[in-house]
Design a protein around this ligand. Structure first.
Ligand SMILES: O=c1ccn([C@@H]2O[C@H](COP(=O)(O)O)[C@@H](O)[C@H]2O)c(=O)[nH]1
Length: 235
């Protein structure tokens, strides 16, 4: 899989998306999340794909196994590169998601990689313990979900950079660590709690980084993307 930074297209609609994409003249790896998908539906995925961009469809499915299996079967037909569920839905749900994805992938096409969200990057350890009643350290909860995800046969997890190295050591280097919560040094965290810079992500074991507002909110979006790429790819 392409390891370009994944740009989160958190825009209200198609017009804003294509205005943003028109500033770039190369194929990108982009993320379509709930905000955009809820407004524009599956057509937005097809249109972005037609322009040659790789797509992470970030809908974070979380429901009973049968429902997630059916939904994943439908999403598989969109031909995206990466999709996800919430690991909190359980092993059986994740296995069902994988079955649906495999069943829905058209013959001759490769199936999307499937990953599971561990603990959202907007969650702190204190919040997790108090609100989810999980009496563990946050790293233990994330590692538990990563192991469960691996047992279910998925390709990796969404986690923060802070847990990426430990997951690679526990689940293997091939098991994807996709990390949102990326900020430039000194940049506003907004609602994110477990953040890191692109170069920090590279050093600390991320497989892929997801960057939204640090690029989409910049005055010069192309320059912001280039800077993220340079920090992420620096050897
Ligand atoms: O744990 C998670 C899972 C998903 N996200 C998504 O990533 C982007 C991050 O956007 P920024 O503007 O760079 O904060 C956003 O679309 C989230 O839905 C996440 O942040 N954390």
């Amino acid at each position: 899989m392409d390891n370009k930074p994944i740009i989160a297209l958190d825009f209200p609609g198609e017009k804003e998306v294509f205005q943003f994409l028109s500033e770039f003249d190369e194929p990108l790896f982009v993320k379509v999340g709930m905000e955009l998908y809820m407004q524009e539906g599956p057509d937005i995925v097809r249109k972005i794909k037609e322009e040659g961009h790789a797509i992470f469809l970030d809908l974070k499915l979380h429901d009973i196994p049968n429902t997630v299996k059916s939904a994943m079967k439908g999403l598989a037909r969109l031909g995206v590169d990466l999709v996800n569920v919430h690991a909190a839905g359980g092993k059986q749900m994740m296995e069902a998601a994988l079955e649906g994805l495999e069943a829905g992938t058209p013959a001759g096409k490769s199936r999307a990689a499937l990953i599971a969200v561990t603990q959202l990057t907007s969650t702190t350890e204190e919040q997790m313990q108090r609100e989810q009643h999980i009496e563990l350290r946050l790293i233990e909860s994330v590692l538990h979900y990563a192991q469960l995800t691996k047992q279910a046969g998925l390709n990796g997890v969404v986690c923060s950079v802070h847990e990426a190295r430990a997951i690679a050591e526990t689940c293997g280097e091939e098991f994807l660590r996709v990390t949102p919560g990326i900020r430039m040094s000194g940049g506003a965290a907004h609602d994110q709690k477990r953040i890191a810079t692109p170069d920090g992500a590279r050093r600390d074991g991320s497989s892929l980084i997801v960057v939204g507002r640090a690029i989409t909110g910049a005055v010069d979006k192309r320059a912001a993307y280039k800077e993220v790429c340079e920090l992420w790819e620096e050897k």
